[in-house]
Each structure stands twice: as C-alpha cells, then as structure tokens.
Design a binder for this molecule. Sequence first.
Ligand code: SF4
Ligand code: SF4
Length: 388
Amino acid sequence: MTVQVNTELLGELKAFGAFDVSACFNCGNCSAACPVSADEVTFPRRIIRYGQIGDREHLLGSKELWLCYYCGECSETCPRQAEPGEFMASARRYAIASLDSTGISRLLYTSNLFTAFFMAGLTALLAVILLSTRGTMAVERPALFGFISAQAIHYVGTAAILIALIMMVVSVARLSRLFRRGSSSSDKQDETGGANVARRLTVAIGKVVADLATEKHHRSCTEEAQPWYRSRWFMHWTIMWGFIGLAAATTFDYLLLLVADKVPGQPVPLWHPIRLLGTVTGMLVLFGTLRALAARIRKPEKYSSHSLLSDWLFLALLLVATITGFAVEFAVYLPRGHAWSYVAFLVHVIVAIEVVLLFPFTKFAHAVYRPMALLMREMTRHKSLANS
Ligand code: SF4
Ligand code: SF4
C-alpha cells in the first residue's frame, strides 16, 4: 500500500483546532479508553497516527472520524496531554472543509474575520431580497405575511434548499469514494462480489436507524453520575431529533399549503398534528441548545472546554431560529401585527434560510456523514460475522 505523505497535514489540522499531537507516543491508552472504539474500528490512536505521518487520504477515508461523539474519555486518559478527543473533532472539521470544493467551509472554520463578514453579508443580502418583495407580490394575509410575502419565502427557501442539496450530493459522493479507498481490500472484494449485499444492506440500515433513534453508542460514553436528562447524549439527542422534527414540520406545513386550501400564516388549532410536531420538536432543540451553550460557557467536561467560533455559530443559529420560531407561532394568533413580531418574523426566516444554506459547510453536515459512517461500519461488521 502506497501512502502519499502530506507534510502540511499536521499544521493544517492545528488550524482547525487540533492540539500538538507530536507528543503522542502511540501508547494506545486512548483507544483502550474509548467506549465507542471496537475491534474492527479502533480509534483515536490510528487517526492520530495518520495525522502524524501525513496520510491525508486515510485520515479523510476513516469512518471512525464520524463514529466519535467527543465524550472526551480518551483525552482524560492520555499520559501526554495530546487531547485526542479534540484531535478527532478537529479532523472532522478538516474533513467537512475538505469535502467542500468551494473553499467556503475552510474559511468559515479557520478565519473569524471571514465568518463575521460572510454572516453579516449573507444576512444583509437575505434581508434586502425578502424586504424588497414586500407589496410587490400577492399578500395572502395581513400582518406578518403582508410584511414579507409568502411567495418570496417560498422562492428564496427553495433556492437555498437546491443549493444545499447539490453541495451535499457532491460532498457525499466524494466521501463515499474516500470511504471505499479507506476500506481494507477484503472489504472492497466483499462489497463488489458478495451475493448477499442486499441482505447485509437491509440489516445494516435497520441497525443504523436503531442506533440513531437511541444513540446507544453515545450513551455508552460514561459520564459523571447525573440524571439522564442532564447527560450529554440526551443533549445531543434533543438537538438532532428536534432539528429533524422541525424540518419535517416545515415540510408538512408546506405540503398542506399545496394540497389543501390553507393560507400561509393561518392559525391552526393547538392540537393540529403539524403544529404539535413543530412545538414539541422546537422545545427539544431549545432545550438541547441551551444545555450545549451552558456547557460551552461553564466548560465542565473535556468536550466543551475548547470552542471555535464555528461551534458558537452553530448553536447561535439554532437558538435564534427556535426562539424567533416560537415568537412567530405566538404572533400569528394575535389580531394585528406588532413591531416585535415583524422583527421576529424577518429574523426567523433569514436564520432558517441560513441554516439550510450553511448545512454543507458547517457542523450541520455531520448529520449526513455520521449515518454514512455508521452504515459502512455495520456493513463491514455484518460481513465479518457472516464470514466467521
Ligand atoms: S494520544 Fe495519548 S493516549 Fe493516545 S496513543 Fe497518543 S499518547 Fe497514547
Ligand atoms: S472523544 Fe470519546 S468517542 Fe471520541 S475517540 Fe475519544 S473516547 Fe472515543
């Protein structure tokens, strides 16, 4: 096996937040301590080794990068304070940036100045586009939807979804190529020549869905004695499933506009299924985001002790989107619009579109890459069991 050595790799990883791992002497304590690492996928020692020797291809092709939940167990046990958990987080940031061919992700991760100008510019651009349509398009309802046209939201939102979708499809294709190259030769043979691939895939998908539904690997990360609702896995679980629920509620609401005679912004009963879904999942996101922000401010654990601007941006977008979402939800029941409700509505629409647009370039992308890695691991594991 030929390894192309990239002498810049370690320096690049440091720009994404990695600590100096040159002190690491490959003792393997971190891999032994990792509750997620298993026989067939040992990490983080191997990933650190790739960084040390400049093996960029294997580093980017390692599904282990995405299996790590950053519990920080490995960092606690490292005798050289090499912070392997932070190295894994930095390598994931580096991977997200490497999968993005526009270079925007790299700049968002490595330049605070660029991030500030980019976010300010994007926010201003979206505000101008949305507000300039006011009064020029059909106004379906007084108050909020007379302030920003529903059609404008539809067009800009659709364009944002298409851009994000195209970017993600390209990145996913690149990552699956890297995963295949990073697989062992026996895995490759089996993937191409095995007659039972369809059966293995079905079993693997079932296991990945069950894994994501319960985050059982994340739960296996031990934490100090504390109730489950204060644990890190529950914080992550609420953000992940809350986010998925909000996306589903928005989609269902839009479909309702298409198939039923519903007017944009029209109040629906509190017990309407879509409203209930949006409210409950919004509360999940709000809870998880506030917990995550508190952890990053108080730094009680390894995982929250080092934060980049990108980490704050991720949480800030979620927080603003949910708080303004609840404000808008309340405002549509009022008989007339108020100044605060117009501001909340504008901010909510802008931030929601920004979340969609930034998905392929930021931490949001791991919501797609992690299931891919889990699927790959299950395929490999199932094959090993079948062959044993
Ligand atoms: S990161 Fe620390 S624990 Fe892990 S192999 Fe290196 S020295 Fe050992
Ligand atoms: S942070 Fe946790 S899950 Fe990630 S490599 Fe370290 S021990 Fe494993």
